[in-house]
Design a protein around this ligand. Structure first.
Ligand code: SF4
Length: 512
């Protein structure tokens, strides 16, 4: 793959895929790929790597990284992927074609994930985990070759120096009788802060003594810094791609991409009616949509991005345009007259259903999109509570939902580790009383899984994601609170957009 612009210098170094497939497949991806690639292949192999990285993330959240269970699970999961990217990662020997896919897909995702700090962080974390797995599976010979090829010449501690520090090295976990046979490297302490934090290395006069078994930490630290630098450079180079109107939209949608069902392609419109929403919000909506629903009920109004996030979600679960108009009208007209609602809000709702503006049929937002774009400001209720709500407030909200204290602590610790979707999955498990391991990629996927759980695990094939809608026998939906002008209402109105602004705001939102 080569993207040629006026300012992009050609790489002089070519990657020899033949040699890489025979020798170590480990690489720091220092040399960009060259050659030509069809747009279809460009997209296919990038999505293939994205699926692999997503699987790597999931395994990493379930097992202690580097542990035997973690490695076994990684092996199992990666072997289950049919494509060349995963083959290049987990097979001792593979085709040059697989190594090529691994190499090119890494560079495409660099372009897709370099735009924002949060995306960069996610990409680096998953690539590091993938690298660690490969490094730990390589034989000594290939590791040695890799270190030589990358000029990673770490100083080996001499036998006499080992003897001088024997007691300290033993205290740091190296077995006494193995000290003379072990390779121990002496490196600047700031290269292994991770090991120092875990008190796993002996540090003396600014140098850390790293046993061979922890060599991977050193190499990972180098990979992290090279990849982080490369992403910064890539983000600066992105504007050069603006001349190519095919690649940028594709890259932007890749970074927002969620891998799963397309909830824009509805087969069940009309299954949900406006008066079912209150009950469903309690039983089957993810927390992001519960927040929007509760605030809509309380204030009888939502600002533009809240209406978008919630409105498209409701469309995704099967609410028809007529029912959507009825639903929004019934709330908003508690605070305003019907004329004002018709003038200011119906256009936006019809727009979401492809009846106004450029008449595109818009898809509901995925978790990645909600988490990474358009952070809510004061007075907004959209976004993901696991990402955008202060941890102390989130804790209170979870307690108010009667989540047991141990569950609250677990969710909060996942949130603190930036594992928002896994935290949401934990919330699902606790509220549905299921041991089913699940972390949503999409709020509509959450809804479908919830309905499946309430149907006793049956996929009845009829609703938004193919499940039969499950409702309590008697609706306990609370009646709407009496009309009561909220203080925020006046300010909220100021946020409402003109028709032109609505059209503009929809640019860049995925169409089904
Ligand atoms: S993880 Fe996804 S489904 Fe769950 S609350 Fe956040 S945005 Fe909603």
């Amino acid at each position: 793959m080569e993207i040629i612009t006026r300012r992009t210098p050609r790489s002089k170094k070519l990657v020899d895929y033949e040699a890489e497939s025979v020798h170590s497949k480990l690489q720091f991806y220092r040399y960009p790929p060259t050659g030509t690639l069809s747009l279809q292949e460009f997209e296919d192999i990038a999505l293939e790597r994205l699926k692999v990285l997503k699987a790597v993330e999931t395994v990493g959240l379930r097992h202690i990284k580097g542990s035997e269970e973690y490695r076994n699970e990684m092996e199992k999961v990666l072997r289950s992927f049919p494509g060349g990217v995963a083959r290049a990662v987990c097979r001792a020997k593979c085709d040059p074609g697989d190594v090529r896919k691994d190499h090119i897909s890494h560079f495409i995702l660099r372009l897709a994930y370099c735009r924002m700090e949060e995306l960069r962080r996610w990409f680096i974390a998953q690539e590091l985990d993938l690298f660690r797995f490969r490094f730990q599976n390589e034989n000594k010979e290939n590791v040695k070759l890799f270190l030589e090829n990358n000029n990673l010449n770490y100083d080996l501690v001499s036998a006499s120096e080992k003897e001088d520090h024997r007691s300290e090295l033993v205290a740091c976990g190296i077995q006494g009788h193995l000290i003379e046979f072990s390779d121990i490297y002496k490196v600047e302490f700031y290269d292994v802060l991770d090991l120092i934090q875990r008190r796993k290395v002996y540090v003396s006069r600014g140098f850390a003594y790293v046993p061979h078994i922890d060599l991977v930490t050193l190499v990972l630290s180098e990979f992290r810094s090279q990849l982080s630098h490369a992403l910064t450079i890539a983000s600066r180079a992105l504007p050069n791609l603006e001349e190519d109107n095919r690649l940028l939209p594709m890259l932007a949608s890749m970074s927002k991409s969620y891998l799963g069902q397309d909830y824009g392609k509805k087969t069940s419109v009309g299954q949900i009616t406006a008066d079912m929403i209150e009950m469903l919000s309690r039983t089957s909506f993810p927390m992001c949509m519960q927040e929007l629903h509760q605030n809509l009920r309380q204030h009888h109004h939502l600002r533009h991005w809240g209406r978008q996030q919630y409105g498209l979600f409701l469309k995704g679960i099967g609410l028809s345009l007529e029912e959507a108009l009825k639903f929004w009208r019934s709330e908003f007209t508690k605070m305003m007259d019907g004329d004002k609602f018709d003038k200011q809000y119906t256009y936006n709702i019809r727009h979401n259903y492809g009846k106004e503006g450029k008449r595109a049929d818009y898809t509901p937002y995925s978790c990645v999109k909600i988490i990474t774009t358009n952070a809510p400001a004061v007075g907004d209720y959209h976004g993901c509570p696991f990402r955008h709500v202060d941890v102390a407030i989130l804790r209170q909200k979870l307690q108010a939902k009667r989540i047991p204290e141990s569950g609250v602590n677990e969710i909060v610790s996942l949130v603190k580790g930036s594992h928002y979707q896994v935290a949401c999955g934990k919330y699902f498990m606790l509220t549905h009383n299921t041991g089913h391991d699940f972390s949503p990629n999409h709020p509509n996927e959450y809804f479908d899984e919830s309905q499946k759980a309430l149907n006793g695990g049956k996929d009845a094939g009829a609703s938004s994601g193919g499940v039969k809608l499950s409702q309590p026998k008697s609706s306990q939906a609370s009646q709407s609170t009496p009309s009561q002008k909220s203080l925020s209402q006046k300010n909220d109105d100021q946020d409402d957009l003109t028709l032109d602004e609505i059209d503009q705001s929809m640019n860049g939102i995925e169409e089904s």
